[in-house]
Design a protein around this ligand. Structure first.
Ligand SMILES: O=C(CO)[C@@H](O)[C@H](O)COP(=O)(O)O
Ligand SMILES: [Fe+2]
Length: 215
């Protein structure tokens, strides 16, 4: 069963708790939290304090996507705040294997994220150590951007790499996912689909989540 992770980047920050509860009620599997620092990406969102505030609002796993420079410095704070999955960009980590080890030491699941320009091959050395690989299908920084179709091949390559190595990791896809592009991602081997505007931009959240999941 494909999981759906609504991105609260597209929620209304003035009533974030209600928007989190609403997607939980509508059948979401994870709550995707986009953390941006204005350096690694050209936008600033929220930090560990926001994660701490959201934690008691939902029973769903908090899937924290760190789009920040120097993530090692903040991983402990996000884990303490209640993150269940912490994903770091391969491009932001000089010592990626060490950073992944550090996330796991905090007792949370570890994910590695690939920008569109980063190849599947670049994470072969750490794929055995992660719980999740997140494939960006837009250049990170903003919601509402168009899906880059060339990334479907990368999803297939990571699926093949994981299958050949007998790994049970989750492959998550993020950026420009809607009912149409979700079908392509599922076909390419994705397990978790992140969507912001295609969920929060719709009146019927349940219908939006169902159409992305495909069932
Ligand atoms: O990480 C990011 C953007 O950098 C995403 O999680 C976006 O929040 C997805 O938004 P949509 O493309 O689905 O509107
Ligand atoms: Fe994200």
């Amino acid at each position: 069963m494909i999981k759906v992770a609504p991105s609260i980047l597209s929620a209304n920050f003035a009533h974030l708790a209600d928007d989190v509860k609403a997607v939980e009620k509508a059948g979401a599997d994870y709550i995707h939290v986009d953390v941006m620092d204005g350096h690694f990406v050209p936008n600033i969102t929220f930090g560990a304090l926001a994660v701490k505030a959201i934690r008691p609002v939902t029973d769903l796993p908090l899937d924290v996507h760190l789009m920040i420079e120097n993530p090692d410095q903040y991983i402990g704070e996000f884990a303490k705040a209640g993150a269940d999955i912490i994903s770091v960009h391969a491009e932001a980590c000089t010592h990626l294997h060490r950073t992944i080890g550090y996330i796991k030491e905090q007792g949370v699941k570890a994910g590695v994220v690939l920008n569109p320009a980063t190849s599947a091959e670049s994470i072969r050395h750490v794929i055995e150590n992660v719980d999740l690989v997140l494939v960006m299908t837009v250049n990170p920084g903003f919601g509402g951007q168009a899906f880059i179709h060339g990334m479907l091949q990368k999803i297939r390559e990571i699926r093949q790499m994981a299958d050949e190595m007998g790994l049970s990791i989750e492959i998550e896809v993020d950026g420009g996912v809607n009912a149409e592009t979700a079908a392509l991602c599922r076909e390419a081997g994705a397990d978790v689909l992140v969507a912001g505007s295609a969920i929060y931009g719709k009146k019927d959240l349940k219908d939006a989540i169902t159409s992305i999941r495909g069932v």
